[in-house]
Write a protein of this length. Structure first.
Length: 84
């Protein structure tokens, strides 16, 4: 991950991270600009926004929950249809 200096727009180095929640989805990143003519230090925020694909475990749990609503005959018919 690259962080850019808000002053000179050159690359900055992350020197430390302070997680802002227990899930570690939001964090303050303490950064130092690598431009020798700037050397600004600053704090920027990193935050989780949304999934592009749900975690595999969530998908499997969703499938299990859906299948549990079907009768055994319906499940067998579904599997037979999926194989054909
Ligand atoms: Zn800079």
């Amino acid at each position: 991950m690259t962080v850019y200096c808000p002053n000179c727009h050159q690359k900055a180095r992350i020197t430390s991270r302070n997680n802002m929640n227990d899930e570690k989805t939001v964090a303050d990143l303490y950064c130092s600009c690598t431009n020798k003519d700037c050397y600004a230090t600053f704090v920027t925020t990193l935050g989780f926004k949304h999934y592009l694909n749900p975690p595999l475990q969530s998908t499997m749990q969703l499938a299990v929950n859906l299948l549990s609503t079907l009768s055994k005959a319906e499940r067998l018919a579904l599997l037979k249809g999926a194989i054909d």
